[in-house]
Write a protein that binds this ligand. Sequence first.
Ligand code: FAD
Length: 377
Amino acid sequence: MRFLVVGAGFAGATCARQLAEAGHDVHVVDRREHIAGNAYDHLDEHGVLVHRYGPHIFHTNSDKVFDYLSRYTDWRAYEHRVLASVDGQQVPIPINRTTINTLYGLDLDEAGVAAFLERVREPRESLRTSEDVVLNSVGRELCDKFFRGYTRKQWGRDLSELSAGVAARIPTRTNDDDRYFTDRHQGMPAQGYTALFERLLDHPRIRISLRTDWRDLRQDDVAQGWDRLVYSGPIDEYFGCVLGKLPYRSLRFEHRHVADVDALLLPVGTVNHPNEHGYTRETEFRHLTGQDHTGTSLVREFPTDEGEPYYPIPAAENEALFKQYQAMAEAEAAGGKGVLFVGRLAQYRYYNMDQVVAAALHACEELLAELAAPLSA
Ligand code: FAD
């Protein structure tokens, strides 16, 4: 069977590989000039390995996903750490024992921090919004210092206007663990993400066309040469936005390079700025990649409404609109050429890379089983 796969990010590339290995011919198209989707990395003009679309740190608790990707890359052991610049100091985020003691000039042990948080938190019966979640766990002052300003910059909305799920991603700790993620597997592809994708897509049955927008191809007779479609682009775009556009938050990335440094400029991989500057955070890539170089490259992220769709905005009305598109997608999947919708744009979810790979593997398993099953009478 001949498959057309729209998108060469983790969703599209994983599906392409699985389908090719099962003996199908796969044509992957991406409108960008490169593979790897948002995980794309490359050497900048100074020779430093940078992530064009912001820092990507791989982390997962799934052995299956980790083992799968390990076929295509070795790993550099790396555990991400983030500091937040608050009240003129740089303190660990997620909030932990060090954060509380540094901020308030205290010397609490774990039980002391737990008691402190119990005293300042504002218990809520129902955790409906992100504000409920944050107030319920750390109270108003820490909420305002760490979360309210950051959220307003990141989402252009107040915490109280966002679903609970956004803040529920961020833990609070009473110990000194200052790792941003605690997953069993954490690291960076040893030669970078793009190299991983080159190997993932390197299969005699896979053909790739870059700078190719499926919306143009769709009108084109050439596109008729496929039997089934795997679509990892935005779900609303697939249907010509007939029900209206699904809102996304975008980012403008400001990359900079500093030549001839004696030491790295940031103390850890990323520094967050909840209450100052127009950008939310700054990341220094050599922390992540471990690359040896005389200079250093960093990126600042400025959230905006315009531009590439990065983050689905988690609010009830958007979820309702997505559900309508999802119903159309289900009808599309069931009929005609049987379209498979995969990835974070087609699912309108903020998925991490490992979740996207897991979902793509699962979707392909189901699809291949369906194709292998004898037709029922
Ligand atoms: P994408 O990577 O977006 O790939 C979709 C591809 O489809 C794109 O290349 C696009 O050009 C193409 N496409 C869309 N429409 C069309 C069309 N009509 N025709 C042709 N091509 C089309 N995850 C983590 O696990 N760890 C992190 O640290 C992390 N950091 C992140 C930081 C930022 C700033 C962002 C934005 C995301 C981050 N993520 C992180 C999430 C990660 O980027 C996603 O999980 C992953 O890239 C999703 O893969 P995907 O294939 O679904 O989508």
